[in-house]
Ligand binder design. Structure first.
Ligand code: ATP
Ligand code: MG
Length: 774
């Protein structure tokens, strides 16, 4: 095994370092150092948060490179996110004193899995340039397959199948491996066939979905031992971070690669993890993978790291005390090496969610004034809908923030869709909004139908909704789209008129329900659908903070208009799940209320196991903090459109009293009654400060588009007619030609509508712009 050194290591290296050891080893404690230097054979580093697991992995790679045990391209290193992979490369670069090129196998399971099957695409029935399908494509494909099997999609939704299949793929199951019991869940036992057809279709399309990136790799290795042997030779060292969150397919894939080359000696695989931070059970992660490492890799060495270098002792005490409430855990000792007790954690009771955002905003500004960079602060929420309140507040304050691992609230698809409906109601001339909502949920308007509408609108320079109104008086459209359009326009008018009689936020709820949007999401069985529904509730809830729909929409356009360029210094907002592995000086953990955290769904669906996973999330949250951890809960929370008394999370009671300081701001607003939505608009202490300004929104409302002269009409690119202005241009008795209905004679004319007796199609009402002289 002679490897060419890719980099000159920093500092001199003598035989096993002799007198002078390399700089990268200095500063490691004895156990960490042992983990770094035990390069041969299987190794498990099982340790609590902040003990330097990731640091060990990084240093270990640097060590392997520096001691020429392997070249960069002979090391397989798996991280949890692409961001983590980039950071790891940077850190290794710093350690070995060179930029780390040539580590093509450092990345996430997905990215490495894709790279691997691209190299052998033909063996798994693909071409090297195969596409990776996103969820939407996946659903579309499943729908086609369901239709082909005459399976009623209403009864057996495509998304339900998608998430079932995801589960199979996470467990490493090919179509042939599905047990009849498993397959029986869907469409009276047709699950297996659809899965099989789906995989076959993917091959025809030269495509793979996310699950395939590993599943096909597993198949490749099993069916082609000689290929697997190549990789046994190639990957001299394998390293995996966050091993507690690996699922079965990932485990199988790794295990195949890590099988001993000669059947005697074990592979050089090092995995690091923390059973207390296993938070992806809901996505098929198997914490057992970490527990059975010893069994799978006989002779495995286990190293425990017990010194925490991240957090103060108060923070660590709180996290340890909390997680001790879990029954299923290995149990670990954790001592801080930070050497200071530090501030106590604070648990603040606030009045409402809006109040919570204000308090946190103020605190952040205060820390900022003291010189703390915003980059060192993070707000970690349980569910993404909780972000809105903070985003709004920070925009008002002009405080830079970034949403890590997801979109900003108003950029989310469901929010944009809902806003499109509201914009159309507020302003029927808003064509962009109309186009966005017209087929969401699906109403069956095809491209040809929409083309006709567009042509009319463009020719007469009128908005799309007006063009449809005109078309409705004719027979230009087929009966089906005509009646669907008629219903839609009726609904839009109806919703708009309700704005005069009932509060705009209620109208918004009705719009979402009556349009079928809510139902569409409810029928959606994908993992993110419930979160989307929550986001919509949060949207309608937030509308109550404005006097009317116009004010709300004006506010949104200002918010969306904001420069989205990344600021150098910004507070991070993210979910607890995305925060894994990261650290910040100051961490805010808002919304510690029963139902939100622990999340009701986790409790309902998974009982005690769900609760314990929630508790691990809380543990992850607290242990992200280096110096300061600020927990809060509101005593009133609007959930599902209603103000509800919120109960503090049970996790609050599970914190050790000696490590926390409780602050009560929730009852300091004497006389301030939370009368519902509109009252959140003012800060109780400063009733004249409007949180949201709504300057001159009226201007934005209902701007009639100026009508210009007639323009040409095209269908599928062909000029078929010119908008002819008043139909007086056509005389009764005149012979005309209509693209769809053919020749006919004008029997009467009214405005721009003509009644024509068509020679073949019989009498019809059409728009004058669609006929030309025969
Ligand atoms: P998590 O479980 O959250 O992923 P981890 O075990 O991976 O945590 P790291 O992120 O590697 O922990 O390390 C936590 C912090 O402690 C980092 O800032 C790291 O640089 C620092 N650290 C780790 N080991 C040492 C050490 N021996 N001396 C000083 N600082 C250290
Ligand atoms: Mg880590």
């Amino acid at each position: 095994m002679s490897a060419v050194p890719p980099h000159r290591p920093q500092g001199p290296i003598t035989s096993q370092f002799g007198a002078r050891e390399p700089a990268y080893l200095a500063g490691l404690n004895a156990e960490q150092r042992e983990a770094v230097e035990t390069t041969e054979g299987p190794l498990l580093v099982l340790a609590g948060a902040g003990t330097g697991k990731t640091r060990v992995l990084t240093t270990r790679i640097a060590h392997i490179l520096a001691t020429h045990k392997a070249r960069g391209n002979q090391i397989l290193a798996v991280t949890f996110t692409n961001k983590a992979a980039r950071e790891m490369k940077e850190r290794i670069g710093k350690l070995v004193g060179a930029s780390v090129e040539g580590m093509p196998w450092l990345g996430t399971f997905h990215s490495i899995g894709a790279r691997l099957i691209r190299r052998h695409a033909e063996l798994v029935g693909l071409r090297p340039d195969f596409t990776i399908l996103d969820t939407d494509d996946q659903i579309r494909l499943i729908k086609q397959l369901l239709a082909a099997e005459n399976i009623d999609e209403k009864r057996w939704p495509a998304r339900q199948f998608a998430s079932m299949m995801d589960g199979w793929k996470n467990r490493g199951l090919l179509p042939r491996d599905i047990s009849p019991a498993d397959a029986g869940f869907f469409a009276n036992g047709k699950g297996q066939k659809i899965y099989k057809d789906y995989q076959a279709r993917l091959k025809t399309l030269n495509a793979a979905d996310f699950g395939d990136l590993l599943l096909e790799g597993i198949r490749l290795f099993k069916e082609n031992p000689e290929i697997l042997a190549q990789y046994h030779d190639r990957f001299r060292y394998m390293l995996v971070d966050e091993y507690q969150d690996s699922n079965t397919a990932q485990y199988m894939w790794l295990r195949l690669l890590a099988q001993s080359r000669d059947g005697i000696n074990s592979a050089n695989i090092c995995v690091v993890g923390d059973d207390d931070q296993s938070i992806y059970g809901w996505r098929g992660a198997e914490v057992d993978n970490i527990l059975r490492f010893e069994k799978d890799f006989p002779g495995a060495k286990i190293i425990k790291l017990e010194r925490n270098y991240r957090s103060t002792s108060n923070i660590l005490a709180a996290a340890s005390h909390l997680i001790a409430h879990n029954e299923s855990r290995l149990g670990k000792t954790l001592q801080t090496d930070v050497g200071e007790e530090g501030e106590k954690l604070s648990v603040t009771k606030v009045w409402s969610g809006a109040e919570e955002a204000r308090e946190i905003g103020e605190e952040i500004e205060q820390y900022q004034r003291q010189g703390d960079p915003l980059n060192d602060m993070a707000i970690l929420v349980r569910a993404s809908f909780q972000m809105r309140e903070f985003e709004e507040r920070f925009i008002t304050l002009g405080l830079n923030y970034r949403v890590v691992g997801g979109l900003r609230f108003y950029e989310r698809k469901e929010i944009r869709d809902a806003l499109a409906y509201l914009r159309v109601i507020a302003n029927p001339n808003d064509d962009l909004a109309f186009e966005r909502m017209v087929n969401v949920p699906k109403r069956g308007f095809g491209p040809a139908t929409m083309q006709i509408v567009h042509d009319i609108a463009r020719a007469a320079d009128i908005p799309l909704t007006s063009a449809i109104r005109e078309l409705l008086e004719t027979e230009e459209l087929k009966p089906k789209p005509r009646s669907t359009f008629r219903e839609l326009i009726r609904q839009i008018d109806d919703w708009a008129s309700r704005l005069h009689t009932i509060p705009h936020y209620e109208v918004a709820e009705q719009v979402l329900d009556e349009s079928g949007y809510t139902e569409m999401l409810k029928a959606d069985k994908s993992a993110d659908a419930p979160g989307r529904l929550e986001n919509l509730k949060e949207l309608t809830r937030s509308m109550g903070e404005f006097d009317n729909l116009g004010g709300f929409l004006e506010h949104i356009s200002l918010v969306m208009d904001r420069d989205t360029g990344e600021a150098d210094d910004a507070v991070s907002i993210m979910t607890l799940h995305s925060a894994k592995g990261l650290e910040f000086n100051t961490v805010f953990l808002p919304g510690w209320e029963e139902g939100i955290f622990p999340h009701q769904r986790a409790l309902d669906e998974s009982g005690l196991a769900g609760l314990e996973e929630e508790r691990r999330l809380a543990y992850v949250g607290i242990t992200r903090a280096r110096k300061r951890c600020r927990i809060s809960f509101a005593s009133n929370r609007i959930i599902y459109g209603r103000v509800q008394d919120a109960l503090p999370s049970r996790f609050v009671d599970e914190l050790p009293p000696e490590a926390i300081e409780t602050i009560d701001k929730g009852s300091s607003y004497g006389g301030y009654t939370y009368g519902g939505r509109a009252s959140t608009r003012f800060d109780a202490r400063d009733p004249f400060e409007s949180v949201y300004e709504t300057p001159g929104w009226q201007r934005a409302q209902r701007q009639q588009s100026a009508r210009k002269g007639p323009g040409p009409i095209t269908i599928d690119g062909d000029l078929v007619a010119r908008s002819s202005g008043p139909s007086a241009a056509y005389a009764v008795g005149e012979r005309v030609f209509h693209l769809k209905f053919g020749y006919g004679t004008v029997s009467s004319a009214e405005g721009n509508k003509l009644s024509i007796d068509f020679e073949k199609a019989g009498p019809k009402k059409v728009l004058d712009s669609f006929v030309k002289r025969g």
